[in-house]
Design a protein around this ligand. Structure first.
Ligand code: FES
Length: 144
């Protein structure tokens, strides 16, 4: 049985320490739960739904919204990207973003935080985390 609705919301931060955790807790609003991934571009929620604040996402790092299965990164200042957080190896959520690299610590796969492309095994070479549509709306990252 695969359940998208999980009672806990785990957000992983890299690079912000306690300040980032506080920001994450502040950002925990309502969640609508599952979304369908029928196409090649995943969705993070209803259009305009707030996912995070820009201040929560460190340059070169990112956050993982495990309840939405989305990882949001900021490869360079002011440039925000989002991808499915489901690892291409066995589907666990990736767990950290640091120094421009998204890592799935379950078995060590790595991805480029700017493109989602696989940079290290065991995720298949040539693979890419599907992009997720987001938009910057003021100081918020929202679903698009
Ligand atoms: S599930 Fe991510 S590396 Fe295995």
């Amino acid at each position: 049985m695969s359940e998208d609705l999980r009672p806990d919301r785990r957000i992983v931060f890299q690079g912000l320490g306690a300040l980032g955790v506080a920001a994450a807790l502040a950002a925990c609003g309502g969640g609508s739960g599952g979304s369908s991934n029928a196409g090649s571009t995943a969705t993070a929620g209803k259009a305009g739904e707030k996912l995070a604040s820009t201040a929560e996402i460190p340059v070169g790092g990112g956050i993982v919204l495990t309840d939405r299965h989305v990882v949001i990164t900021q490869p360079t200042k002011g440039d925000f990207k989002a991808f499915s957080s489901k690892c291409l190896h066995q589907g666990f959520d990736v767990s950290e973003v640091k120094d421009g690299t998204i890592t799935c610590t379950v078995h060590g796969s790595t991805y480029d935080a700017a493109t989602g492309a696989v940079t290290g095994p065991p995720a298949p070479s040539g693979g890419k985390l599907p992009a997720v549509k987001i938009k910057v709306d003021g100081d918020s990252i929202v679903a698009a």
